[in-house]
Design a protein. Structure first.
Length: 604
């Protein structure tokens, strides 16, 4: 019922509330102003300056001069330091780009051994023979002397330029580990494939890492590569937002176990693929969570492989976990087993009976002829693979797609924005908290089993492993997976290449006195480094150090852009570093600051 109105007058419409501007000088007005510290950090991020630098004190051993130099924190996550995380992402992109479409082998074959190296190996063989003779004759004093000689010879072998060990070290008899429940013997499992997995052809793996070359009708040749995505199996129907349709029927236990053992499954996939294809397939990729919070992996593959072969290998790949059964959880984190100091073992809190040791649990599995693995990890049916041509925009787009989440924490890739997503995350985390991660995990105590090398400091249900943390979602290992022969370089090598490119562009050359006859740079140890405390008197405030770095980085950027313009116009180098050399004193200071190479802000 509405109130009556006078004739000729319409009902008054309430005006929309207006938001009054805060009174000048009030607290609301002051809080609306941007903070100068936040603006400083934003500008530092824009110029690629580390916002959490480590203050290192450098002392010149010749003159005794001491100065504080900022080194980058080296963080790989944006929530800690965006400039360092972006730099790491660009290095990874360069690593993937350099090794993806190679047409030659990245690593050369080893050089032949010299006569001195061969003589050392022969002398090591004579010592091994002498040790065996002394051991057979029970001459313990001679065995100890020979072991000392073997140690000295192996040090000489390493100093002579040979890499790796000639042989494993000898086991020394000792009574220190008699109380350990690890017997040391290796447990053997049957290598027979499961009946529910298809068989795969097995070929001898050739020592090549480069794919096939194809010829077009016009006579041109090309060598394409591939992009591959591998996912885990389904645990139940999910909605578009990644949450399960029926949470009660969603298999959270299997999802947690699959996430913990996903790295082993990936290793087995590449092993099977190389045996099936017959050549050393190389890959570079990243592991990240899907919207349903299950891990999946994107890979760049050098060369081409038939899609049917990839799907067949994915369907035939599995990983069996031969651990004790975890069907029944006997204890909880609030009522766990207790440690018996007298017996040095974990016991039941009520009966005081010792829990089953790890060795006893594995012996029971070995003695059971019908034993089954506690868990089997498999890939899902979704296997996405496509070809990528080198030098195309699709190739660059794919590299950015593979590395889009490497600067984020696993839990930050897909934020839980609704209550339904939050409950789904809570249920998955609850399953991960009670899932054993290794044979030494404290969660084994919840199932009445003492883990390997059990001790009194274990906290059942509160293991400190990364897979149990909420922010990892079970992905506790390395998220960046690069095969050994991908580019033939490490991240340090790629950093050196970027630094060399900037030096060549700016016209900075290496001092000839610091180069030996073989072309390797030799730098004499001239400075001593130590970590400076923030409250030391010679350490300036963080804001002052950031402003100084921003100013210097801005000058470096202008110098680099000017050098790039001259290089594009074909003009001779006009020593873009001459002015900065006069300002900073040395060429080293004009090309390196904040402990970083200039290439970190090239693309910014």
């Amino acid at each position: 019922m509405t109130a009556p109105t006078l004739p000729g007058l319409s009902a008054a419409v309430p005006a929309a509330p207006t938001v009054d501007a805060p009174r000048p000088g009030s607290r609301a007005a002051r809080m609306a102003l941007p903070r100068s510290v936040d603006v400083l950090k934003d500008i530092a991020t824009e110029y690629g300056v580390c916002i959490r630098p480590l203050a290192m004190r450098r002392t010149d051993l010749d003159t005794g001069l001491t100065e504080v130099i900022d080194l980058p924190c080296g963080a790989t996550r944006e929530d800690k330091c965006p400039p360092c995380a972006k730099k790491n992402r660009r290095l990874r992109q360069a690593q993937i780009r350099e090794g993806w479409h190679r047409d030659d082998e990245p690593l050369p074959s080893p050089k032949p051994a010299t006569e001195e190296q061969q003589a050392l190996i022969l002398f090591r063989a004579h010592l091994e023979f002498a040790r065996d003779e002394a051991s057979r004759a029970c001459q313990r004093d001679q065995v100890a002397d020979i072991d000392e000689a073997i140690r000295e010879v192996e040090e000489a072998i390493t100093a002579e330029g040979l890499r790796g060990r000639v042989g494993p070290p000898h086991q020394v008899d000792s009574d220190e580990d008699q109380g350990d429940d690890d017997t040391g013997r290796r447990r053997k499992r049957s290598t027979r494939r499961r009946q529910d997995a298809p068989d795969l052809p097995r070929r001898k793996v050739e020592r090549r890492t480069v794919g096939k070359t194809y010829s077009a009708p016009d006579g041109s040749t090309y060598r394409p590569s591939m992009w591959l995505t591998l996912t885990l199996d389904s645990y139940g129907p999910v909605r578009p937002d990644g949450t399960p349709v029926n949470p009660d029927r969603y298999d959270y236990r299997r999802a947690a176990w699959d996430a913990v053992h996903f790295p082993r499954l990936l290793d087995r996939f590449w092993q099977n693929l190389r045996r099936c294809e017959g050549w050393n397939v190389q890959y570079a990729g990243c592991v990240e969570p899907q919207r349903r919070l299950a891990p999946h992996a994107h890979f760049a593959i050098r060369g081409t492989i038939a899609r049917d072969t990839l799907r067949t290998v994915a369907a035939a790949t599995y990983h069996q976990v031969w651990w004790p059964s975890v069907d029944v959880q006997r204890y909880t984190a609030d009522r766990p087993p207790v440690w018996d100091e007298a017996a040095s073992t974990w016991v039941d809190p009520d009966t005081r009976e010792p829990l089953t040791t790890w060795t006893e649990a594995l012996d029971a599995i070995d003695a059971d002829p019908d034993a089954e693995p506690v868990h089997v990890v498999r890939f899902g049916v979704q296997v996405d693979a496509r070809g990528v041509m080198p030098g195309t925009t699709d190739a660059e787009r794919t590299i950015r797609y593979v590395t889009k989440y490497i600067t984020k924490a696993t839990g930050d890739c897909h934020k839980a924005t609704t209550d339904r997503q939050q409950r789904h995350l809570d249920r998955l985390w609850a399953a991960l908290r009670v899932t054993p991660c290794t044979d030494r995990c404290a969660n084994w105590l919840l199932y009445g089993i003492q883990p390997k090398k059990a001790h009194a400091k274990l906290k059942p249900g509160r293991c400190k492993g990364k897979v149990h943390q909420r922010e990892t979602l079970g992905i506790g290992g390395r998220r960046i997976l690069i095969s050994r022969d991908w580019s033939g370089k490490t991240l340090a090598d790629h950093k050196h290449d970027a630094k060399a490119w900037v030096k060549a562009l700016l016209g900075v050359t290496t001092d000839a006195a610091s180069v030996d006859t073989q072309g390797d740079t030799i730098e004499r140890v001239r400075h001593a480094w130590e970590l400076a405390r923030p409250d030391d008197g010679d350490v300036p405030p963080l804001a002052h150090r950031l402003m100084r770095s921003i100013s210097e980085r801005a000058r470096w950027r202008s110098e680099l852009l000017a050098a790039k313009d001259r290089a594009a116009q074909g003009q001779p180098n006009l020593s873009a570093t001459a002015d900065s050399t006069e300002q900073h004193g040395t060429q080293h200071d004009s090309t390196t600051h904040n402990g970083e190479e200039q290439p970190q802000w090239i693309s910014s």
